[in-house]
Design a protein around this ligand. Structure first.
Ligand code: PLP
Length: 358
């Protein structure tokens, strides 16, 4: 069976060595030695001054919204994973959707201004498939209207834009280290901000609000991660070059072998150093997509409709139609991508797709 992705498993001896350290320390969570080491190594790897590793990529979105948006209207993209919208609703904020750019697939920055009201408190946008939003235009709007900017950068581990980590843009960026992501800790995530005061608030918010064992800075939640997951991160990180090279090869194979006259792929924003996180194709119609899926399924190959549905269509949100996002969501498929898939399997995939679209 070939799935949309295959989780990278480091050699088990590497993980076992780290487990031995955990047993020696007799320390399982609450920012243990392995977690601190992982934070230091990721800061070096990404060339960042700060990072807080968390239990997933969703809770930090909620913490950021809690601290920065305070129940207001949040301008957001309808084309993302459900966590982007559900976090807004969970924090009792109101999502105000703005349609996406048809090729970059990120929020259409030219349509944001018309959606701003006096209740708008923040913009929460997703760097879709590791492709950066138009961060300059969004920054300018945020300055003009005094809005906070939160980026869901779940897909962006290792992405740089104009020479800087993509996590450096916006007031806060969040990442996911879920097993399906390019770098993973099984479950996990991280949050970044360059604002020292906000860093402090995020830090205590992620640990129940604690200020020492008996005192509290304020409201908090539990977004801590255990040493077991930190050990997984420490085991995966040394293989990043191998992982990225393998993924780049697969992306290259698709680029060369798919009939790209008939298939839309992701248009990367100029200045992006990408991480080969997903290979989305946009087909001519939903019927073509369903036909491709059926034929791949016969060969035990399972791409994923990602993202589907367009988030303005969720049954717990209300709002106007988002024609571009709805159209893309109905026709987009993420193809199997990992460092480990073999060319003979990829060949089956590209042949099936090319035969449907010809
Ligand atoms: C994976 C993902 C998340 C959620 O991350 P978790 O670590 O699974 O909580 C949020 N947003 C996007 C765009 C994602 O792809």
């Amino acid at each position: 069976m070939i799935n949309v992705t295959k989780t990278f498993f480091p050699p088990i001896e590497v993980y076992q060595k780290l487990l031995e350290r955990i047993w020696q320390n007799q320390w399982l969570t609450n920012r243990g030695e392995l977690l601190l080491e992982l934070e230091e190594k990721i800061k070096k790897y990404l060339n960042l001054d700060n990072i807080l590793i968390t239990n997933n990529g969703t809770i930090p979105l909620q913490i950021a919204l809690k601290l920065l948006a305070n129940g207001g209207e949040i301008i957001t993209t309808p084309f993302s994973y459900v966590a982007t919208t559900s976090s807004i609703m969970w924090e009792n904020c109101t999502p105000i959707f703005v349609d996406i750019h048809p090729e970059y697939l990120t929020i259409d920055e030219t349509k944001i201004e018309a959606a701003i009201t006096d209740k708008t408190s923040a913009i929460l946008a997703t760097h879709v498939f590791g492709n950066p939003c138009h961060v300059e235009a969004i920054y300018a709007l945020a300055q003009k209207y005094n809005l906070k900017v939160i980026y869901d950068a779940a897909h962006c581990f290792g992405v740089t834009y104009n020479g800087k980590s993509i996590f450096e843009y916006g007031d806060v960026s969040t990442c996911s280290f879920h097993a399906t992501k390019v770098f993973h800790t099984g479950e996990g995530g991280a949050v970044f901000t360059n604002d020292k005061e906000l860093q402090h608030k995020i830090f205590y918010s992620h640990n129940f609000g604690h200020n020492g064992p008996l005192d509290f800075h304020g409201l908090g939640i539990n977004a801590k991660i255990s040493e077991l997951q930190a050990a997984m991160g420490l085991s995966v990180l040394p293989f990043m070059e191998e992982i990225l090279n393998g993924r780049e090869k697969t992306v290259g194979f698709y680029n060369e072998n798919l009939n790209l006259d008939k298939i839309q792929t992701l248009k990367l924003r100029e200045g992006t150093n990408w991480n080969f996180s997903y290979y989305p194709i946009v087909l001519e119609s939903e019927n073509a997509l369903l036909e491709v899926m059926d034929k791949l399924k016969e060969k035990d190959i399972f791409p994923r409709r990602y993202f589907y549905p367009s988030l303005n269509k969720l049954n717990y949100v209300a709002g106007p139609k988002m024609p571009i996002s709805e159209s893309i969501a109905s026709r987009i498929l993420c193809l199997p991508l990992s460092a480990e898939y073999k060319e003979e399997d990829l060949n089956i995939i590209t042949n099936i797709i090319n035969n449907v679209v010809c």
